[in-house]
Design a protein around this ligand. Structure first.
Ligand code: ADP
Ligand code: MG
Length: 275
């Protein structure tokens, strides 16, 4: 199983959209996928059509209440399951404050789980607090969604520093595998920011840091209004607008993530090219 934490402490960069639609694309390709919602705002939960009502079992009960993963996991479709969040999770930070080993509760719960999946995607909230640390401790890989504008790289060093600390102290195998460019418009500024990002990553090659092999995924997720509309219908993009650019881009990203990059001349525009 590939355990992937989708992290960026900036809000509104495409974490939830990427978690849900990449998961749905991987599931449609025949993989068994589990989405774990670690954001108290529960947007991934809602996006998958589950109402976060605060009284159904959620990941809060795993972190604070000793419930097992199996107790809270729900089947969404054939290959897709969800470990939902709800607003109770907002209190977890405070409730776990005095708990020894609070960063590894999720990792231990996942280790005890007998269910199997090919992918676990963890959608994190906009902070580097205890919930995100639980995701980093439980993950093999980190994906960083990023919106390429002027401030995009400012928060990145703090995020990478956190992955380095987690890797050093609690999860030596942690790897930052890629940056997913989201909300992409082919502007001069976006391309400059991506150029800066790539040269930063190139300078880290061979260094003893979790992002030494990180790449910017070739597939860029273009800005597409259908992606913004579909959460309110409680469906991934493939069930809402299967032929829109957003669906094409997330299907291409899933191929790339799974290591099957097929770029045919006709479908090449799905991977947005340099202007
Ligand atoms: P985060 O989880 O990082 O806060 P979201 O995935 O919720 O970010 O995205 C922020 C907002 O932008 C949401 O309203 C979402 O529907 C919208 N959005 C995300 N990706 C795209 C895109 N490629 N095109 C258009 N809107 C998008
Ligand atoms: Mg989100």
């Amino acid at each position: 199983m590939r355990r992937i934490a989708v992290i960026n402490q900036k809000g509104g960069v495409g974490k939830t959209t990427t978690t849900v639609n990449l998961s749905a694309a991987l599931a449609a390709a025949g993989n068994r996928v589990c989405v774990l919602d670690l954001d108290p705002q529960a947007h991934a939960t809602t996006h998958l059509g589950v109402e976060p009502n605060g009284s159904s079992p959620s990941v809060y009960d795993v972190l604070v209440g000793n419930k097992s993963i199996a107790d809270v996991r729900r089947q969404i479709s054939d290959n897709l399951s969800l470990i939902p969040s709800d607003i109770n999770l907002a209190a977890a930070e405070v409730e776990l404050a005095g708990v020894v080993g609070r960063e590894v509760i999720l990792r231990e719960a996942l280790a005890a789980d007998t269910g199997s999946a090919d992918y676990l995607l963890m959608d994190c909230g906009p902070s580097l607090g205890v919930l995100t640390l639980n995701a980093l401790a439980a993950a093999d890989e980190v994906f960083i969604p990023l919106q390429p504008h002027f401030f995009a790289l400012h928060g990145l060093s703090k995020l990478l520093e956190t992955t380095a600390l987690v890797s050093k102290r609690i999860n030596p195998g942690l790897t930052v595998s890629g940056v997913v460019v989201c909300l992409f418009d082919a502007t001069k500024l976006a391309n400059e920011v991506l150029g800066d990002l790539k040269s930063f990553l190139d300078r880290s090659r061979g260094a003893n840091v979790p992002w030494a092999d990180a790449r910017v995924f070739d597939t860029r997720i273009r800005r597409n209004i259908k992606l913004a509309e579909c959460p309110s219908f409680g469906k991934p993009i493939f069930q809402y607008a299967p032929n829109c650019p957003g669906a094409i881009d997330y299907a291409a990203l899933a191929n790339e993530v799974a290591g099957r990059v097929v770029v045919e001349p006709e479908s090449a525009p799905a991977v947005a090219s340099e202007p």
